[in-house]
Design a protein around this ligand. Structure first.
Ligand SMILES: CC(C)(COP(=O)(O)OP(=O)(O)OC[C@H]1O[C@@H](n2cnc3c(N)ncnc32)[C@H](O)[C@@H]1OP(=O)(O)O)[C@@H](O)C(=O)NCCC(=O)NCCS
Ligand SMILES: [Zn+2]
Length: 202
């Protein structure tokens, strides 16, 4: 629990943790049980949900919205225009973008191209998400992949540019050839190039 005092000396009790080397700007919302570690910077207008973990050297840009239960590993910058839903895992040094054709000399006047990472998706270490795309729920992006298209829910994407090389279970494990999870036993079926859980059709 973190206690801070305002100018009148009144303590405000916050149920989240911000390491003393991190910087949190004005007008930021941070949910309960969230932890923000060394040298991270949360910029003005950002919203971070409950029970998130932001590692070392994480930058959350102005007005970015991050859901609940999100884990962001070291050295990740989440730029304006990116939305991250609940329980997304951002691997170390993964890269977001918000401008397809940047130039130092020509400002885009904050016309950022949006990117959405749907709930429970995983972004592998050092992958790059080219802006303007949606990463479907429960999808996994392999380490080092460069995503240049929309990604279907539960799909496993790898390579440069990233192509679908398989399907991923709700639990994160890669499905076998019968679309069964070797870890948790969940079984799926493919219909219209989409994956459905056999138990509940989702
Ligand atoms: C993509 C991934 C999930 C595949 O796991 P897997 O199913 O156990 O994969 P395998 O090691 O059996 O490899 C299967 C094939 O995919 C290839 N492959 C594996 N990872 C790859 C990657 N990141 N990029 C490109 N190809 C990859 C393998 O070379 C292999 O190719 P082949 O069939 O031609 O030999 C895993 O390699 C990965 O990248 N996980 C993300 C790890 C990460 O970033 N964690 C962050 C937190 S520490
Ligand atoms: Zn599973």
């Amino acid at each position: 629990m973190l206690k801070i005092s305002n100018k009148k000396g009144i303590y405000q009790i916050m149920d989240y943790f911000v390491h003393k080397t991190a910087i949190v700007d004005e007008s930021v919302v941070i949910g309960d049980n969230t932890k923000i570690w060394h040298f991270s910077h949360i910029q003005s207008g950002a919203t971070i949900g409950a029970s998130c973990t932001l590692g070392q050297n994480v930058n959350i840009s102005n007005n970015v919205k991050i859901g609940n239960g999100v884990k962001i590993q070291n050295n990740v910058s989440v730029y304006e225009g990116v939305t991250i839903e609940d329980f997304v895992f951002c691997g170390p040094s993964c890269v977001f973008t918000n401008d397809l054709t940047p130039r130092a000399r020509y400002s885009k006047n904050h016309k950022y191209i949006p990117t959405v990472i749907r709930h429970d998706a995983t972004l592998g270490a050092n992958c790059t998400i080219v802006c303007g795309h949606e990463i479907g729920h429960h999808a996994t992006i392999a380490a080092g992949a460069v995503v240049t298209s929309n990604v279907k829910p539960h799909s496993l994407m790898a390579g440069v540019p990233a192509k679908q090389i398989g399907w991923v279970c709700e639990c994160g494990q890669v499905l076998d050839a019968n679309k069964k999870c070797p870890d948790c036993g969940r079984e799926y079926e493919e219909e219209d190039n989409e994956l459905r859980d056999k138990r509940n059709g989702n």
